[in-house]
Design a protein around this ligand. Structure first.
Ligand SMILES: Cc1cc2nc3c(=O)[nH]c(=O)nc-3n(C[C@H](O)[C@H](O)[C@H](O)COP(=O)(O)OP(=O)(O)OC[C@H]3O[C@@H](n4cnc5c(N)ncnc54)[C@H](O)[C@@H]3O)c2cc1C
Length: 418
């Protein structure tokens, strides 16, 4: 028997085992997947928890439900990969061997990496919404908030779903209006980027949406520490931003075992070939989803499109044939903008988010970089698609490669790549 071992039963790992169990002969292949717990969290749903849109029960399911027959799910924390010996050790001492390894352990917010973030204000004035505990605590804090300076902050890039903090900012602005206290709140959006987003056209569009909502943008801000006594963010270039309520996205890092195993870069991301996701160091290890270092947004959509390419490639690879599929970095995300509206962005390694229609030219039904209600409904419908189509690895009628159909290519742009 050949052994395929998948580390992490989140978005990417679950899709991988569902796709490959159908493709790899059961009499020849044993497939095992490991995760540290049985709770599969639908992370895009975290955005709505602070506003009471979802309760924790609405976005957590048992992982077992999504692991197909013929795949062993092992619950335990990964301690180390011995890549030269083809084995993985868990913190409880169990050891699992493999012939092929897929690393899909994602990234996590790490507030411990910024001095002062986990100080006395953590959980009273400083919150995150990238974890279920954080998003639920923030819901209570927002409920009790009745005015002052609300700062939304990104520690450093890359983060998973880089539009999520912008979406949170648009939603909180609408939420404060709905409570009739918008005039007593100053909202500031603080980012390490030179503008509202990572690419010029989307950055201009999203930046003007901040302006329209009278939200201040503080760009190029790299936080050095948080001063709990003064209630300020302090940057390396000695700027200070005071806050009454701080909603921060801490540094996003890959799992610590990746570093302990000598498989990661300085943020514990696994270096891979960006088209095949094969490790640069070992030819029987792939890294898929947020866990790798490919130069595109960390997003569930990227995990999905790349798994489609990976599954075909993997079958060729283990048959000793060249991998013919080439992942193009395809990403797309709905961007909530408040008041029941949203935008959609669709892009890849070479093409930045453009305006137009998706997936069909003229027809859409979704608008690219344009606010409308359909995009908002698309975002809400995505939860159903996630549980029922994406995770089980069912076919979705969307091409895994980005298409230019429906997109408006600007004649010329003098905006600089950010
Ligand atoms: C607030 C928010 C909003 C988002 N919105 C969107 C969106 O609208 N659209 C979109 O496309 N994406 C969105 N994302 C991003 C998306 O959720 C992630 O990119 C996606 O889940 C990545 O999948 P993954 O499998 O790589 O990692 P994950 O789904 O995070 O899975 C990693 C798994 O590894 C396990 N693991 C980690 N370390 C260990 C260990 N040592 N031992 C055992 N198990 C371990 C974890 O328990 C986890 O189950 C959002 C994310 C957040 C936080």
């Amino acid at each position: 028997m050949k052994r395929l071992l998948v580390l992490g039963a989140g978005t990417a790992g679950t899709m991988v085992v569902n796709k490959l169990r159908k493709r790899l002969d059961r009499s020849q292949w044993q497939i095992t997947i490991i995760d540290q717990n049985d709770d599969h969290l639908y992370q895009p749903g975290l955005l709505f928890v602070p506003f009471g849109g979802y309760r924790p029960d609405d976005i957590v399911e048992s992982r077992r439900r999504f692991i197909p027959d013929g795949v062993d799910l092992v619950l335990g924390e990964i301690d180390r990969v011995n890549a030269d010996g083809n084995s993985v050790r868990l913190t409880d001492g169990r050891e699992l061997g493999y012939d092929f390894l897929v690393i899909a352990t994602g990234v996590s917010p790490r507030p411990d990496q910024t001095p002062g973030m986990l100080g006395p204000l953590w959980g009273t004035r400083i919150f995150d919404f990238f974890t279920l505990d954080g998003a639920t605590a923030l819901a209570r804090a927002l409920d009790a908030f009745d005015g002052g300076r609300l700062v939304v902050h990104i520690t450093d890039m890359p983060i998973k779903c880089p539009v999520a903090p912008l979406e949170f900012t648009f939603l909180v602005e609408a939420y404060l209006r709905s409570r009739g206290i918008r005039d007593s709140v100053e909202i500031v959006y603080v980012t390490p980027l030179p503008g509202a987003f990572t690419k010029p056209i989307a950055s201009t569009q999203l930046g003007s949406m901040l302006d329209e909502r009278k939200i201040m943008l503080e760009s190029d801000f790299l936080v050095e520490r948080i001063d709990n006594e003064a209630k300020t963010l302090v940057s390396y270039d000695e700027r200070e931003i005071p806050f009454d309520l701080l909603v921060t996205v801490p540094l996003n890092m890959g799992a610590d075992y990746v570093a302990r195993s000598g498989l990661g870069d300085e943020l514990n991301y696994v270096p891979v070939d960006k088209h095949t996701l094969l490790s640069r160091a070992y030819d029987n290890i792939f890294a898929i989803g947020d866990a790798n270092n490919i130069p595109i947004s960390k997003a569930g959509s990227v995990a999905h499109f790349s798994v489609e390419v990976f599954a075909d490639n993997f079958c060729q690879f283990v048959d000793g044939k060249p991998m013919t599929g080439s992942f193009d970095g395809h990403a797309n995300c709905f961007v909530e903008s408040g008041d029941g509206k949203g935008l959609l962005i669709d892009f890849n390694y070479d093409t930045e988010p453009l305006t137009g229609k998706y997936p069909l030219p003229f027809v859409g039904p979704f608008g690219l970089l344009a606010e409308n209600r359909r995009n908002h409904w698309g975002k809400l419908a995505f939860r159903w698609m996630y549980w029922h189509l994406l995770l089980p690895g069912r076919p979705i009628p969307l091409p895994s490669h980005m298409s230019m159909a429906g997109k408006h290519q600007p004649a010329a742009t003098d905006a600089k790549e950010m």
